[in-house]
Design a binder for this molecule. Structure first.
Ligand code: PMP
Length: 408
């Protein structure tokens, strides 16, 4: 039956992992991986997650299906986590305007939002995504039946935000177009708009009545606090409450900030006009989800429920996020120090310090990346490095390799 099936092109990142795994060099370095590693280069189960697992082992009484949109407790806690820290968010909650659902991590949440937009948003089936963006964004949205096109985002000359290009592209968008925005720690560039730049973006988005989808996969990795990283969401909440922006959608993931990658837990939220609309929209959201995967997985969401509702475990989680985010900042500084002070590399590496979150867009060119891979340093051809792959024992080798390919 499958004789005519052609092999698909290898996934950029998974292909890199295969090469890395097959490399016998004991000093090999993997900077492709988009998952947190500790100071010894090992995966980390958060102490808060361990604590929640112990509670769950004692208290769990069933493995029944959860409701299509996730458990009521999960949804209450998600609303509290996302919408109870600012006045506008509280107002939206009070007015019954927030509808949330558990999603299958960030990917599944985006797919459901994509399906919902394609089915029920009459103004446009086109989504603008940043150039560049996480490669899966385009695939997720297009598989949901939407079309995508790019808006300017990154300035390759300055390794910073292309503010003028971005605002210009949004200003020339068709009114009503959907626009995907990374809430913080943009993947792959590590470049986020500053708060004043967000105001300008929101102005154009409002003028053009664009429908924003906020993708928040790295909540907590920008500032070290998951609550402080909601600053962007607060602006969107306020714009809606003030009647400036009519709506937005949000996808959120616990893969990174709780280290629950493989548990596949996250959430999606929609803003409605009020309780009656919330009920209607929820009934259709259920119709979208049911044939896709029936109902979401429950193990990870039960852990999230415990972490978000047990005061001591919640405090531990905040500390865990801080530990991860601090370590990434430290590694940025260490690599910068090695490049500039130990190896006296002539290039400007300020962007290593200025970019936020798990990734840095180094500015390394494709041929330099190729030479790095020959030196057993693995990264994607666009020059993106995962800062989580750096640790004290490999940073010197890494800086030396980068110095060599950029100076010879
Ligand atoms: N959005 C962005 C920008 C991401 O980088 C990722 C993870 N790489 C996701 C969403 C979703 O990841 P997950 O499905 O594992 O939550």
């Amino acid at each position: 039956a499958w004789a005519s099936v052609q092999a698909a092109p290898a996934d950029k990142i998974l292909g890199l992992t295969v090469l890395y795994n097959n490399d016998t060099n004991p000093s090999k370095i993997n900077l492709g991986v988009g998952a947190y590693r500790d100071n010894d280069g090992k995966p980390w189960i958060l102490p808060s997650v361990k604590a929640a697992e112990q509670v769950l082992a004692k208290t769990e009484t069933n493995k029944e299906y959860v409701p299509i949109v996730g458990s009521p407790k999960f949804n209450e806690l998600i609303k509290k986590m996302l919408y109870s820290h600012d006045e506008a968010g509280k107002k939206l909650l009070e007015d019954g305007r927030v509808l949330t659902a558990q999603g299958i991590s960030g990917t599944g949440s985006l797919r459901v939002l994509g399906e919902f937009v394609r089915t029920f948003y009459p103004k446009s089936n086109k989504v603008l995504v940043p150039n560049p963006t996480w490669a899966n964004h385009v695939a997720i949205l297009e598989k949901a039946g939407l079309t995508t096109s790019k808006y300017s985002y990154y300035d390759y000359k300055t390794n910073a935000l292309d503010e003028a290009g971005l605002l210009n592209d949004l200003a020339s968008a068709e009114p009503g177009t959907v626009i995907l925005l990374h809430a913080c720690c943009h993947n792959p560039t590590g470049v986020d708009p500053e708060l004043e730049q967000w105001d300008k973006i929101l102005d154009v988005v409002s003028q053009k009545q664009l429908l924003p989808i906020l993708d928040m996969a790295y909540q907590g990795f920008r500032s070290g606090s998951p609550i402080d990283d909601l600053a962007i969401l607060f602006k969107f909440n306020k714009a809606v409450v003030d009647g400036k922006l009519s709506n937005f959608l949000l996808s959120q993931s616990f893969a990174k900030n709780m280290g629950l990658y493989g548990e596949r837990v996250g959430s999606l939220s929609l803003i409605t006009a009020g309780p009656e609309e919330t009920t209607r929209v929820k009934s259709q959201l259920e119709k979208v989800i049911r044939p896709l995967y029936s109902s979401p997985p429950s193990h990870g969401s039960k852990l999230v429920e415990i972490i978000l509702s047990d005061d001591a475990i919640y405090q531990q989680w905040l500390e865990d996020v801080r530990v991860m985010s601090d370590r990434l900042v430290e590694m940025r500084k260490l690599l910068h120090d090695k490049l500039k002070n130990t190896y006296k590399n002539p290039l400007n590496w300020d962007h290593l310090l200025n970019q936020k979150g798990m990734f840095c867009y180094t500015g390394l060119k494709e041929d330099q990346v190729k030479r790095l891979i020959e030196k057993s340093v693995y990264l994607t051809s666009d020059g993106r490095i995962s800062i989580a792959g750096i640790y004290p024992a490999n940073v010197d080798n890494l800086a030396k390799a980068i110095h060599e390919v950029t100076t010879n």
